[in-house]
Design a protein around this ligand. Structure first.
Ligand code: ZN
Length: 265
């Protein structure tokens, strides 16, 4: 298993902003030469994953399919392969024309390898794009490592959304903010930008309303867009523990009362 050990080292060295690989579980399916050939410097799965599996490899899979929870859903990134993960894997497989059985095997991993860069970001998004505040992700409401990891999950959600909207570029205007950056732009003290998972989108070729509407299918619990105070010129998508969607000019949510303070910018 020498080659396997080397791959593990590569995963460890890559760091990747998220937790690193843990040793494979007791009885993994053997890794074939073909699997190894397509592995990249980010992360290499060493076994087929299906409902009932658990571990860091499941969590790594969950991050990659976080954009496929179904309308209004948010996939838990808990390392437990339950029905929600199976449904997300199935939607991912359908989106890319793979056999849709909800089991992540070589074909699914191969597609993921194709979609990710060596730093684990999806090919069409980058850490730099999601942070025009500073270079080290420090100074927010969470540790730099957590902010960066949160941004990674948002990028995978955006990658799913981008693909669902015809693979046209999505215009990212910013993401993570330190407290200082947030104060400088007058952001709320509870802004998800302080946690790294908020992303502000420009109109791009899709248009604001199409983006806000589509975000509902791809794991974003917070969506703010046209008609919501301060959001006529961008769409804000983020994670949040409970759902808050408001883009009244796009038919999403109620128009806030005049006395309501925007929860975020
Ligand atoms: Zn925002």
């Amino acid at each position: 298993m020498k080659f396997r050990a080397v791959l593990s080292m590569v995963a460890l060295l890559a760091g990747a902003g998220t937790a690193v690989a843990t040793p494979a579980a007791a009885d993994p399916e053997p890794v074939t030469a073909a699997d190894m050939a397509i592995a990249d410097a980010c992360y290499t799965w060493g076994r087929t994953l299906s409902e009932g599996a658990s571990g860091e490899d499941v969590r790594q899979l969950q991050i990659r399919v976080a954009g496929y929870p179904g309308y209004g859903g948010v996939l838990g990134l808990d390392g437990e392969f339950g029905p929600g993960t199976k449904a997300a894997v199935t939607r991912f497989q359908q989106a890319y024309g793979l056999g849709a059985d909800g089991i992540a095997g070589p074909a699914t991993f191969s597609k993921i390898y194709e979609l990710q860069d060596n730093d684990c970001t999806p090919v069409d998004f980058s850490y730099d794009e999601l942070n025009n505040c500073n270079s080290d992700w420090s100074g927010g409401n969470v540790s730099a490592a957590t902010a960066r990891a949160n941004a990674l999950v948002s990028m995978w959600k955006l990658q799913a959304m981008r693909h669902a909207m015809g693979d046209r570029p999505i215009d990212v205007n910013g993401g993570f903010r330190s407290v200082a950056c947030n104060n400088a732009v007058g952001g709320s003290a509870t802004s998800r930008h302080l946690y790294g998972d908020a992303v502000d989108l420009g109109a791009g070729p899709q248009g604001f309303c199409a983006l806000a509407q589509k975000a509902r299918d791809h794991g974003f619990n917070e969506i703010l867009g046209p008609g919501y105070p301060g959001h006529n010129d961008h769409v804000h998508v983020a994670h949040k523990s409970s759902r808050f969607w408001s883009a009244p000019s796009c038919g999403i949510g109620a128009r806030p009362r005049a006395d309501e303070v925007p929860v975020d910018y």
